[in-house]
Design a protein around this ligand. Structure first.
Ligand code: SF4
Length: 437
């Protein structure tokens, strides 16, 4: 059999091990916070994590969705967790992350060893119906853990008005008083201001990194991006993650300059939408046998990345307040920036209408030179799959080839691997892409 000659050079990411170490450190810091006299809190990946930073440097959090996604990659433990939740009476069609997270509490098992570490408080926000409801269930199990949740469903960003931003600011402000009361600590405005700046940097840097994937060959593939994007969901305001993204940005720029590819035989570029079935990331390896690279998704770009329209009409990393020459001096100013910045999050827009997701995906398809779109009818996440059937129709109407598959990001019992691979074969045939090996 003739050996296939690789089209582009490839090499491992130098930052890879650091990403793994930082992620492990995050979960261990949360687990061990009490031993070290610190505070720990739980909340969602979209919570305003900059705010509790005002309580001190020894405050550590755990975000429920990435934690559940980590468990989901361990199929056996994920099923154990979900079965425990279902046995406790919760329906199987609820958010898969919720079922895994609650199962981890019910089983009293922490993925990084030991019993499940109870938080001192819950600091959540709410745009998907699963957000506060998840923690309502957690509080049924841990009734002594106080909770504060912020309603962020103020409206889509393209028509946002000051009174809608103020709606969030007022809740955050009330939340600060609440945090002081439940922790007995004085809130430090300087620390909060620094955390807000860090959040703007982390989310803007991540968008800049994603922008570089416009290059051919793409320097990153979506499977690798899952390991890298996660810091925007663990703690956007963490200074260490700002530094990591700066390092990663330099490395990706260097890869583009040297023509280093994520997929050595890139001949087809795809984008996707929602979380993948975490236990079956080998789907991406299968795509590679066609020389197909998934260059990202609205999910990887928009969950932890903040974007804006650039003067040349392209979509790019949002300019930070600091780059705009704004000096953040007061708590009020920081609260406003923090709220307004978050309201522009791409992944919050489709909660108001499917047209937003269709528009963003069409834009990524065009600007990143994609050849096709894969949509995940993700039964595990009603939030990211809200309106997905309308997105399919909208994207097809706009001239994009679209493939769909059904699955669940956390529940392997709802993913048909063979049927999905077979749909990929058909999609590739329709795109005229030949299998390479
Ligand atoms: S359904 Fe999706 S968006 Fe909603 S809480 Fe669960 S993971 Fe988050």
């Amino acid at each position: 059999m003739a050996t296939l000659k690789q089209k582009y050079p490839t090499e491992s990411l130098k930052c890879w091990n650091k990403a793994k170490e930082l992620r492990e450190e995050y979960y261990l810091n949360y687990r061990d916070a009490k031993k070290n006299g610190g505070i720990r809190w739980a909340g969602g990946a979209w919570s305003f994590d900059a705010v509790p930073q005002g309580l001190g440097d020894d405050v550590y959090n755990i975000t429920s969705e990435p934690y559940a996604a980590s468990i989901a990659a361990n199929k056996e433990l994920a099923v154990q967790c979900m079965e425990a939740t279902e046995k406790a009476g919760y329906a199987r069609d609820l958010c898969a992350y919720m079922r895994i997270y609650v199962g981890s509490i019910l089983l009293d098992k922490y993925l990084w060893g030991g019993a499940y570490p109870k938080p001192d408080f819950i600091w959540q926000d709410h745009i998907c119906c699963g957000h506060s409801k998840l923690y309502q269930v957690v509080r049924d199990l841990e009734p002594d853990v106080p909770m504060f949740s912020i309603d962020v469903s103020a409206g889509p960003y393209d028509v946002i008005k000051d009174h809608q931003i103020k709606y969030i600011v007022d809740q955050l402000s009330e939340g600060i008083e609440w945090l002081e009361k439940v922790t007995g600590r004085k809130f430090d405005d300087e620390k909060y201001i620094k955390a807000v700046k860090n959040e703007c940097l982390t989310t803007s840097l991540w968008a800049e990194i994603c922008s570089l994937n416009r290059a051919t060959p793409a320097p990153l593939d979506e499977k690798s991006m899952y390991t890298l994007y996660v810091f925007g969901t663990l703690g956007k305001s963490n200074e260490k993650y700002v530094e990591f993204y700066r390092e990663l940005l330099d490395e990706v720029k260097d890869r583009v300059a040297r023509g280093i590819a994520a997929v050595g035989n890139e001949q087809c570029r795809l984008i996707s939408d929602s979380q993948p079935p975490w236990g079956f990331l080998k789907v991406f390896r299968y795509l590679e046998s066609y020389g197909a690279v998934s260059i990202g998704s609205i999910y990887t770009f928009g969950l932890g990345g903040i974007w804006e329209d650039k003067p040349d009409g392209t979509w790019g990393a949002r300019t930070t307040p600091m780059e705009n020459g704004i000096e953040i001096k007061t708590r009020e100013q920081a609260l406003w920036i923090n709220a307004e910045w978050n309201l522009s999050k791409p992944l919050w827009q489709h909660f108001y209408h499917p047209k937003y997701k269709t528009e963003i995906m069409k834009r990524i398809y065009d600007e990143w030179n994609a050849n096709g779109i894969i949509l995940h009818y993700n039964r595990g996440c009603e939030g990211t799959s809200l309106g997905v059937a309308e997105n399919r129709l909208g994207l097809m109407k706009a001239g994009c080839p679209v493939m769909t598959y059904e699955g669940n990001m956390g529940d392997e019992r709802e993913f048909d691997e063979v049927a999905t691979m077979s749909r990929i074969d058909t999609f590739m045939e329709n795109l005229g892409v030949k299998k390479l090996y």
